[in-house]
Ligand binder design. Structure first.
Ligand SMILES: [Mn+2]
Length: 355
């Protein structure tokens, strides 16, 4: 069970009710499809579940979490109201960022005895600072991703389809220890590479094609994320030029990065290079995002970001240039920000690769 002191520094509530699967997983590291987690100050926590999980959830008892079972004929809300009453809880933080309007309306009606306060952003903020264990999982996920990349380079050749490359890449990640993929793998070839988030198709890879692969592994529930664009045979002069500009932008972004920089500032390190080379209008997305249990977490690095990138946070560095009808290039590494500097966790080569 994670320490919740930081959450209660941020939220003004007496207790925080965690319902979403991913946030329950985050705090308890106990996976279940159903449960209510009540966080209270001084790390007094209660996990409410049903008979399907009650026995397994006993593992939380040793971590100081009280585990309650919903008795036949009662509802979780009855149990919640009892906890709130017993502990003199008047205000309850809830996941405004996760609940549907329907779920919220129902909860507000049934928990009218307490005041509900939005706490979704506070939970996201707490989740953005990773523990050493979380960092180790993300590092492992990234190393699996790097190994799979080195293996797929030996497989890609003209005649394979984008879908075949996708399946091979995901298979390689699984063989190297991934428990799944971090997000839907992006494989784009030829002119499809101008679409930043292209879905893999049955298009056959041809000689001269760029092939963009944006992919990640999941390890102990945590994501990794990287992108490389490689060429199958000699690229055109234009694509080669685009590649060099993206590479320069990406390396400048990483070399200028420092602990405490603004997300907007980090974005500008990459964007200015692309702008000075005349491709500004073709860099159509933000520079980076953090990750964790979700593939996209805060902080963000974009033109509009107000985030500060601090120690124990992750950020991707993924500038790209996309020209419809010509093609696109993206290069993405995963960075860990620490007090004494930035570590690039992505070890794969990013000099132009021509297969
Ligand atoms: Mn990414």
């Amino acid at each position: 069970m994670k320490n919740t002191d930081k959450l209660f520094e941020l939220t003004k509530a007496d207790a925080v009710l965690v319902i979403s699967e991913k946030n329950r997983m985050y705090f308890t590291e106990f996976a279940s499809t159903f449960g209510y987690l009540v966080l209270m100050k001084e790390n007094r926590n209660v996990f409410i579940t049903d008979p399907r999980y009650f026995e397994m959830a006993q593992s939380l008892v040793s971590e100081g979490v009280e585990v309650l079972q919903i008795a036949n004929g009662t509802s979780a809300v009855d149990v919640l109201l009892g906890i709130f009453s017993d502990n003199n809880i008047k205000t309850v933080g809830f996941e405004d960022t996760e609940l549907t309007v329907h779920e919220y309306t129902d909860l507000k009606h049934r928990l009218s005895a307490v005041k509900l306060i939005a706490a979704g952003d506070d939970i996201s903020r707490v989740r953005s600072f990773k523990t050493e264990t979380e960092i180790s999982y993300i590092k492992k996920a990234q190393s699996i991703t790097d190994i799979a990349f080195s293996e797929i380079l030996k497989i890609i050749k003209p005649g394979l389809t984008e879908r075949e490359v996708q399946v091979e890449l995901e298979y390689r990640m699984a063989c190297n220890g991934a428990e799944g993929i971090a997000f839907d793998t992006i494989i784009a070839s030829g002119v499809n590479t101008s679409k930043p988030h292209a879905h893999p198709t049955d298009k056959v890879i041809e000689a001269g094609d760029p092939v963009t692969m944006d992919f990640g592994a999941r390890y102990h529930g945590y994501c990794s994320d990287m992108t490389r664009t490689v060429f199958v045979g000699q690229p055109s002069e234009e694509l080669r030029k685009i590649y060099n500009v993206v590479l320069l932008a990406q390396t400048m972004g990483i070399s200028n990065a420092y602990c405490g920089m603004g997300g907007k500032e980090f974005d500008s390190f990459c964007r200015e290079v692309i702008k000075s080379n005349g491709y500004e209008k073709y860099f159509v997305h933000s520079t980076g995002h953090s990750l964790g249990i979700d593939i996209h977490e805060s902080p963000l690095a974009s033109m509009r970001s107000t985030d500060t990138l601090s120690a124990k946070q992750f950020i991707t560095c993924e500038p790209g240039i996309y020209i419809p009808g010509v093609g696109g290039v993206r290069i993405e590494d995963l960075l860990l920000i620490e007090e004494d500097g930035i570590t690039d966790l992505t070890t794969s080569d990013k000099n132009i690769i021509i297969l």
